[in-house]
Write a protein of this length. Sequence first.
Length: 160
Amino acid sequence: MVSRCQKCLVQVPTATDGSSHETIHNDAIQHDTEIDTVTDTPQERSAQERSARAKRSQRKGKRGEQQLARILNDIGVPARRTAPLQAGFGRQKDVADVSFGPSYQFTAECKTVANGYKSVYKALGGADLLVIKVDGSKPVYVLSESFAKVILPLMMEVEL
């Protein structure tokens, strides 16, 4: 069993020899050698947890970008992640996640989420192409993976 001292905010193991933390707390030398000081405040722990979640999210996004670039390259469409090309630019410029095409002139955004975009998947259903149009905006085209693997290599052969 472990508790936290309200005076010094350290984690204190429950003593089995009858001694109390107050006895140890009053003896600074014994306190320093027998009890590990806990320096993380709740705010620091919360910031560390947010940082860990952000890093996991970044790794997940990177894997999605790498997977897309690999799929495109496997079907004969030259592709590369753009993140390595952004080094030194910080977040000043919004650059697409993957560039593809003969001169890498086309771009792709990758969104890797746990439970998002369910309505898009439902709307696509078994179709090869989904066109999403919001009033006053240009349409957005969503391709199924099987259709993309057919159409993208053909796109490379045609001068657009």
